[in-house]
Design a binder for this molecule. Structure first.
Ligand SMILES: C[S@@+](CC[C@H](N)C(=O)[O-])C[C@H]1O[C@@H](n2cnc3c(N)ncnc32)[C@H](O)[C@@H]1O
Length: 310
């Protein structure tokens, strides 16, 4: 299947990165290379772009997309390892980093990846197919309590408990192998009225399992902190999030890195050791215009936050 993904908030990211020739930029979520292509265009054959993705399909697609340039390096890794990645490339500091979080449209649309409740496929959902944990393992081995918590916390699913219970009952009879088997179990656990809602009944549970499989939230704080520490003075970190839990982590980590005291209000003196590493550029997140949302509905939930290193 052709790699197709429409970049979100593209102009806003290029402007926000404040790209200057001869400098070094990192695209920590390379995907199809949509943002990277524009960064390389701005660099105008000078400087360097380092593109990171944990999905080999994305790296292959981006390599083709960027083939007219030769000032880039692609790395198959998790961007939360940014410090190691840069040191293995002998790069001491970079001048801008972009993280456009979540999955690409390609990953969602390619049936064999098992991300989508719209296609029947083996339960997988790993962004990096070399990772051990897959959606199959989560669905077939996690306890009822863990599943309930994951659906509630990562999917904000109202019927978490009922769905987790049904999954555990179903897998006693036989393992749950495919996305459509899981969709049927989710639907059978929900009250009838929930099945007529606008949103697909399995959407929230699929999102929750994907977040668990790929440790999307557990690695995010480290990725934000290590990215900021990898920036040169004046360099910027841009992060696009697609749901409220991610955005909350980015917002709070930016506030901590700006030096906001996190001690309880009634403490007479500060004991949290807060220190400022730079400033937040976006007091409110940048969101997509009506025009962009009309052309690309996926942009509706995108929020862009920017931090500048001092
Ligand atoms: C929304 S897409 C990026 C699209 C890209 N900006 C473009 O314009 O084509 C997100 C990509 O980031 C990758 N990704 C997500 N989390 C990652 C992580 N922690 N480390 C490395 N890559 C990650 C996914 O595999 C996916 O290819």
């Amino acid at each position: 299947m052709e790699f197709s993904h429409k970049s979100v908030l593209l102009d806003e990211c290029i402007e926000g990165l404040n790209i200057r020739k001869n400098l070094i930029y990192v695209d920590g979520t390379l995907g199809g290379g949509g943002h990277s292509y524009q960064i390389l265009k701005k660099l105008n054959k000078t400087g360097l772009l380092i593109g990171i993705d944990r999905d080999k399909d994305a790296l292959d697609a981006a390599k083709k997309r960027l083939s007219e340039f030769n000032n880039f390096k692609l790395v198959h890794d998790n961007h939360s390892n940014i410090k190691n990645i840069l040191s293995s490339l002998n790069v001491n500091g970079v001048d801008g980093i972009l993280l456009d979080l979540g999955v690409s449209s390609y990953q969602l649309d390619e049936p064999s990846r098992g991300f989508s409740y719209m296609n029947d496929a083996p339960l997988d959902m790993r962004m990096n197919r070399e990772d051990k944990l897959s959606a199959y393992d989560v669905v077939n081995t996690y306890s009822e309590e863990s599943l309930t918590n994951i659906f509630k916390n990562y999917g904000e699913e109202k019927y978490s408990k009922l769905i987790a219970k049904k999954i555990c009952e179903a897998r006693k009879v036989q393992n749950i192998n495919t996305t459509f088997e899981l969709v049927d179990i989710i639907k059978s656990a929900m009250p009838k009225k929930a099945l007529t809602e606008k949103q697909h009944p399995a959407k929230r549970v699929f999102q929750a399992i994907r977040i668990e499989v790929n440790s999307e939230l557990t690695l995010l704080k480290k990725a934000v902190e290590d990215s900021v520490m990898s920036l040169n003075k004046g360099g910027r970190l841009l992060i696009i999030t697609f749901h409220s839990l991610e955005d909350k982590i980015v917002k709070h980590t930016f506030e901590e890195l700006e030096g906001r005291c996190t001690c309880p209000k009634d403490f007479p003196i500060c004991v949290c050791g807060c220190k400022s590493y730079g400033k937040i550029i976006t007091k409110k997140p940048i969101i997509a215009s009506d025009k962009e949302i009309e052309e690309n509905p996926r942009a509706r939930s995108a929020k862009l936050r920017i931090f500048e290193r001092k």
